[in-house]
Design a protein around this ligand. Structure first.
Ligand code: GLT
Ligand code: MN
Ligand code: MN
Length: 378
């Protein structure tokens, strides 16, 4: 395969995008939409043309919240036809538990019993939709599950509600015999001041307290880890180590900024390289899902530059990973380092301790080689 052909996305690369990502209209807290709405069927067509594998969605990205049963079925039928015509899958479905004002103080963790019940019911309907579309992963991002002030609901009570809601939902998946696993997506803040379970580690500990921990894993997002000041590669590694990487949201983010959802690799190429390396080394086989959107400066066409860019960057970095393993200088530097680490030099005396304390690890040399690989001069 030629170099350029290897950079052309294929369905076998398992790239997916949310309807809400390419469909993002550029609204932000300070300014209105800058792009026209995009029909779901157009998204299917354009993503397929670009070589994507699938499309994901929130219930209300496809079916308006107030649609009648008849409208819902018609919309789903049309969407299914487009999926078939364009040979695109829906590996993941999720539920919107954040947009409607009813969720302003939480959904699955709301102190209002009626809101909690409504959120659970809405999620069940989204699961039905997911099953109908063949989704095997159901993502839950608890954007509103948190607080601005902790004087009313005790955070422990919030977690108890979360647990109860999730147990009900897992039970539902089982009784319906849906081939679906749940992936919880952590985020530290935005839209709430503080969101419960802000990192992969907190999610993993919480999952173990559920009735059926096997059914539930995580959906880490690069930007969310960075917003928390964490290393996304380490977050994903912990999920893999626990056997819980059910799904992943790829994008980018500048540290210390608002939730940006930037094109994959657009801010931190080296971080993106290490993430691709981790995913490829670990043989992760789930969807490579881009949860990002085009800059607000873009018109309708710029959106497809954005989408193509996410996939192309992943493939270029995947090729850099191959080069990393084929580069003789990098590999011999690594081999030397490994042999050096393994040398028989136990620490019994002050001299032994000083030996290891004064020795150089030569990471500067290795890091520069990797930089040069990424920069394209190797
Ligand atoms: C929302 C959020 C994302 C979540 C989506 C799933 S919606 O755009 O910012 O990180 O993955 O609910
Ligand atoms: Mn996300
Ligand atoms: Mn995000």
């Amino acid at each position: 395969m030629s170099m350029e052909a290897a950079r052309k996305p294929q369905p076998s690369d398992r790239f997916t995008f949310g309807l809400w990502t390419v469909g993002n209209r550029g609204r932000d807290p300070f300014g209105d939409a800058v792009r026209p709405p995009l029909a779901s069927t157009t998204v299917v067509e354009r993503l397929s043309e670009l070589g994507a594998y699938g499309v994901s969605l929130h219930d209300n990205d496809l079916v308006p919240i107030d649609a009648t049963a008849g409208e819902r079925d018609r919309i789903v039928r049309e969407f299914q036809k487009a999926l078939q015509d364009w040979n695109l899958r829906v590996p993941m479905v999720t539920v919107n538990l954040f947009y409607d004002p009813v969720f302003k103080d939480g959904a699955l963790t709301s102190s209002v019993r009626s809101v909690r019940q409504y959120a659970v019911e809405k999620t069940k309907r989204a699961m039905d939709l997911g099953a109908e579309l063949g989704a095997e992963i159901f993502v839950l991002w608890g954007g509103r599950e948190g607080s601005e002030m902790d004087g009313a609901r005790d955070a422990r009570q919030g977690l108890a509600y979360y647990r109860e809601s999730l147990n009900t939902l897992c039970e539902y998946v089982k009784t319906q015999r849906y081939a679906m696993r749940i992936a919880l997506e952590p985020k530290p803040n935005e839209p709430r001041s503080d969101i419960y379970l802000p990192s992969v580690g907190s999610m993993l500990a919480f999952i173990q307290t559920l009735d059926d921990p096997e059914m539930v894993g995580v959906n880490p997002e690069v930007a969310h880890a960075k917003m928390a000041g964490l290393n996304p590669v380490h977050e994903v590694a912990q999920a893999l180590d626990a056997g819980k990487l059910f799904h992943i949201d790829l994008n980018d983010q500048r540290i210390g900024r608002f939730d940006q959802d930037l094109r994959f690799g657009s801010d931190d190429l080296k971080g993106a390289f290490y993430l691709v390396k981790l995913l490829e080394d670990s043989h992760y086989l789930g969807p490579l899902h881009f949860d990002a959107h085009a800059y607000r400066t873009e018109d309708a066409e710029g959106v497809w530059d954005f989408a193509a860019g996410c996939m192309r960057t992943y493939l270029i970095l995947k090729d850099k990973v191959r080069q990393f393993y084929e580069d003789t200088e990098i590999q011999s530097a690594l081999a030397e380092w490994r042999a050096w680490c393994e040398q028989e030099r136990p620490i019994h005396s002050r001299e032994d301790r000083e030996f290891w304390g004064q020795a150089g690890y030569r990471y500067e040399r290795l890091d520069q080689l990797i930089n040069e690989l990424i920069l394209g001069v190797r």
